[in-house]
Write a protein that binds this ligand. Structure first.
Ligand SMILES: Cc1cc2nc3c(=O)[nH]c(=O)nc-3n(C[C@H](O)[C@H](O)[C@H](O)COP(=O)(O)OP(=O)(O)OC[C@H]3O[C@@H](n4cnc5c(N)ncnc54)[C@H](O)[C@@H]3O)c2cc1C
Length: 466
């Protein structure tokens, strides 16, 4: 592990020469603004020593070289919407903002790809594709505030993953600044490639530890013109989960299959001031989106899906309007009505283990003093377990949460699962990764990090400790 140096006036002066005075911030207000991301637990906050806002890859490369010269840690920050403390500068040093790299460079309608700088907001990527009747299929619920570079860094999932896959499935190429300050292009807009290691895929999901992503080349798809959002309402969670394999086996190929338990239905309807949400008292929601290129096909698939849900025990199957999607997108934000400090986990298990996993969690949480909410990308086996601190003391919260998490991870890992399906590890889960990752795999990750970043400059303490 590196022994870092303190930030000195000489280091700040060199940053100012490189970036211009305006883009190097050391005032208390700015440092305070970047002490956390989505983390609300003050014990996890950490003030950076300096915040820099470079304009391009060349300036970023210069900052990285300075960090190596002075042995100062550097944490990259995209939209700051991450929920595993990934953009918090645990070791102090530099926080580097990507907000000035905010241009879409090219949208190639024939080749079906888009080249963009990493600081572009995900919603703007989606909108630019849509304006050309194309689809960028990455769709995290935070798309209005996260950045495409942050999505690659965390390998974000979202509500369309069941059909299109996660962020790594939408990427042809990346440009990175390496931990020693070189600018390197990885990948190319090729349908197939068997030419050496697939380096761009190694960078995707590396949470800012292997390189700073400065530019991305994204896959685009034709936008299906026909679409229906359905809401199937259940009283029994097992029946709700049970529709997933049937929808898949029937060849319906849904774009989304999303799950909200009843506490989520109630809280989000209150948060969004939507008291008329259907079956608000006892409904468990499964939202199904079907998209096609043919109207008759849409009608047929909609009928099939409706029959499957009713046969599985749905008490109602309705067409869902935008308010229902808004409820789903606000599952996380709405728990602020209940507790200032909450935690959301995102274990992932094989899809056929989903039902047992949920039953296990519900049984286990009964021993603990916090309420539980589960929303899930059930088509992907990815669960979001939301727990609220309420008025527990810090010590009680920490020890109870740690015991609960340990039980859940032990179960998930033993059943072929992993700690995160889409949010990443950050520093929040780093100590658990040590225990719930095959030993050989963890050792390889450590060796790669040491080879790429010998001074451990980039995002130290994230994913695992060296
Ligand atoms: C309301 C809400 C809903 C959410 N819904 C989803 C969801 O549906 N699916 C999902 O997967 N996640 C979701 N998230 C989590 C979060 O939005 C994602 O993890 C997102 O990808 C983070 O992007 P960001 O730009 O905000 O990155 P940040 O939070 O700024 O950073 C996240 C990590 O990526 C690194 N990083 C950021 N930019 C770069 C870069 N250019 N190069 C290298 N490393 C970089 C950071 O160092 C950090 O480790 C949600 C969060 C919120 C608050």
């Amino acid at each position: 592990m590196s022994n870092y140096n303190s930030v000195t006036p000489e280091f700040i002066d060199e940053l100012k020469t490189l970036l211009g005075e305006k883009y190097v911030k050391t005032d208390a207000d700015t440092l305070d603004r970047y002490k956390t991301d989505e983390e609300a637990d003050e014990r996890c906050f950490h003030l950076p020593d300096v915040v820099v806002i470079p304009a391009n890859a060349e300036e970023i490369a210069g900052v990285v070289k300075l960090c190596n010269k002075y042995l100062i840690p550097l944490t990259v920050r995209g939209g700051g919407t991450g929920i595993v403390d990934g953009a918090i500068a645990d070791k102090g040093g530099v926080v580097l903002l990507m907000e000035r790299l905010n241009k879409i460079i090219e949208l190639n309608k024939e080749g079906l790809y888009m080249v963009a700088q990493a600081g572009v907001r995900t919603l703007d990527i989606q909108a630019a594709a849509k304006a050309e009747n194309l689809l960028y299929a990455g769709d995290p619920s935070s798309s209005d505030s996260c950045q495409i570079g942050g999505n690659l860094a965390t390998n974000a999932g979202g509500i369309k993953a069941v059909r299109y896959g996660v962020t790594r499935n939408q990427v042809y190429a990346v440009q990175i600044v390496t931990p020693y300050g070189d600018i390197v292009d990885l990948g190319s807009p090729l349908k197939k490639c068997s030419t050496g290691y697939c380096m761009e895929q190694l960078v995707i999901g590396s949470e800012g530890t292997l390189g700073i992503i400065t530019q991305v080349t994204l896959k685009l798809q034709p936008l299906p013109p026909y679409k229906i959002d359905m809401l199937a309402i259940f009283h029994d969670q097992m029946a709700a989960i049970g529709v997933v394999p049937q929808l898949v086996k029937a060849g319906i190929d849904p774009t989304s299959i999303e799950y909200m338990d009843n506490p989520n239905v109630r809280t989000t309807s209150e948060y969004l001031e939507f008291p008329g949400a259907p079956h608000i008292e006892d409904g468990i929601y499964v939202i199904i989106t079907i998209e096609t290129f043919n109207e008759d096909e849409l009608d047929m698939k909609m009928e099939q899906a409706s029959d499957i849900c009713e046969a599985a025990g749905a008490v109602d199957v309705l067409e869902a309007d935008e308010r229902i999607w808004s409820m789903r997108r606000n599952c996380l934000e709405s728990v602020s009505l209940i507790s200032k400090v909450c935690t959301t986990d995102d274990v992932v298990v094989p899809v056929d283990e989903m039902s047992d996993m949920i039953q296990y969690i519900i049984k286990t949480v009964a021993k603990y003093p916090f309420p539980l909410r589960i929303n899930a990308h059930i088509g992907d086996g990815n669960l979001h377990i939301v727990l609220c601190k309420l008025d527990l003391s810090d010590e009680e919260w920490e020890s109870e949460l740690s015991r609960f998490t340990e039980e859940v991870y032990t179960y998930a890992y033993a059943h072929g699962g992993r700690l995160s399906g889409e949010h990443g590890i950050g520093s929040k889960k780093a100590h658990f990764l040590e225990r719930f990752t095959p030993g050989g795999e963890l050792e390889l990750m450590r060796k790669i990090k040491k080879a790429w970043d010998p001074n451990n400059i980039l995002n130290p303490g994230k994913v695992f400790n060296l």
